[in-house]
Design a protein around this ligand. Structure first.
Ligand SMILES: NC(=O)c1ccc[n+]([C@@H]2O[C@H](COP(=O)([O-])OP(=O)(O)OC[C@H]3O[C@@H](n4cnc5c(N)ncnc54)[C@H](OP(=O)(O)O)[C@@H]3O)[C@@H](O)[C@H]2O)c1
Length: 338
């Protein structure tokens, strides 16, 4: 049995960028696994951007880490003691818990890893949550088609690297955005993206124009902030943004002006534009539904009628200032049916 456990706990909530003083080391006896649990010795701890949210204390999709609690994190480790028949001593497993050397975890929450299948550390990255994030985001939202241009930010990172490679395998032209020449070289030369653009290298908009001569069809958003600002106006008609994360804004002490798109991720909002004329073939379907409701009075409406064509400009200007009350119409001649 191990002698001591060491843990990193949250000492206080960071204000802006976290500093070492926000964390503290705690030592104690390793936990005792209960029946159905195993004691796991951590071999790899995954550090992920979402942890910044957990230690902020803000209401989000998951419970924040409390002051004095172990910082949350996923661990790949080795079983040192098992109280469940599914695991034996020496087994490798994914699903340990927290920034600590040892954790006692229910066997039912662990995934046994076979080192012969893939390096066990990959369960935290390319074959783990980040890789799956890339896969889900592309399959469910990005849906790139062959020949389309896909832009991925934080392209050399855990999620971005997988997203770009999967998009490339689906026949898209893939452009990565990364910070610095080394990361950009890696994205192009090792990962096989068609181009890489350095967001720290000057005019990002102009660089995107050069790298994406046909505009951008899919943006896999990992970063937000200035990078999002540069990508947004370059999106093509029917473009898709995979709102995965906005890491550049995670340390903001106060919200930026305007609606914060980070909430799209946290609250799993769906934002999709549309133009009604794309659906003009469904007009008959709409009328068949709505006309009886208008006739029966169940669907109410109000008209604001202005008489005379010459009043149209003023009425229109009034509309733009909220002076109309109901559907604004200009009566050009008497309506014989009323
Ligand atoms: N929605 C989900 O379920 C889900 C799941 C997993 C991850 N995510 C999100 O996916 C994104 C990537 O996560 P990851 O695990 O793959 O991390 P990562 O890309 O491996 O590491 C973070 C990278 O973000 C970039 N970055 C950090 N601060 C930045 C800033 N101020 N401006 C621009 N870029 C900055 C840096 O790359 P450069 O130097 O290249 O800029 C950094 O290497 C994050 O936003 C994360 O929150 C979402």
């Amino acid at each position: 049995m191990p002698e001591r456990n060491r843990q990193v706990v949250l000492k206080r909530r960071p204000n802006g960028m976290p500093v070492p003083e926000d964390f503290a080391i705690a030592e104690g006896a390793p936990p005792e696994p209960q029946p159905g649990e195993v004691l796991l010795r951590g071999l790899y701890l995954s550090l992920d951007p979402y942890m910044r949210g957990r230690i902020s204390g803000q209401r989000s999709y998951a419970r924040p880490t409390g002051i004095g609690e172990v910082i949350e994190g996923r661990v790949v480790g080795q079983v040192v003691r098992s109280r469940d028949p599914a695991f034996g001593e020496g087994d490798y497993a994914f699903g340990g818990y927290g920034w600590q050397l040892y954790s006692a975890v229910p066997a039912s929450g662990l995934l046994k890893l076979d080192p012969a299948e893939a390096p066990i550390s990959t369960a935290l990255g390319v074959l783990g949550m980040p890789g799956m994030t890339a896969y889900i985001g592309l399959a469910d939202i990005g849906q790139p088609k062959a020949g389309e241009t896909v832009v991925v930010s934080a392209a050399s990172g855990a999620v971005g690297a997988v997203a770009g490679q999967l998009a490339k395998a689906q026949g898209a032209r893939v452009v990565g955005i990364a910070g610095g020449a080394d990361k950009c070289r890696y994205v192009e030369a090792e990962l096989g993206f068609d181009a890489a653009v350095d967001h720290r290298g000057g005019d990002l908009g102009a660089a995107l124009d050069r790298a994406c001569p046909n505009g951008i069809d899919v943006y896999f958003e990992n970063v937000g902030g200035a990078v999002q600002e540069a990508v947004f106006p370059r999106l093509n008609d029917f473009g898709r943004i995979v709102m995965c994360g906005m890491i550049s804004e995670y340390n903001d002490a106060s919200p930026r002006p305007g609606p914060n798109l980070g909430a799209v991720v946290r609250k799993r909002l769906k934002i999709q534009g549309f133009i009604v004329s794309d659906q003009r073939q469904r007009y008959g379907e709409f009328r068949a539904m709505a006309a009886p409701l208008v006739r029966s009075g169940q669907l109410k409406y109000r008209e604001d009628i202005v008489d005379g064509l010459e009043r149209a400009p003023d009425a229109f200007i009034g509309l733009l200032q909220g002076h109309n009350f109901g559907k604004l119409l200009v009566r050009l001649a008497d309506d014989p049916t009323r």
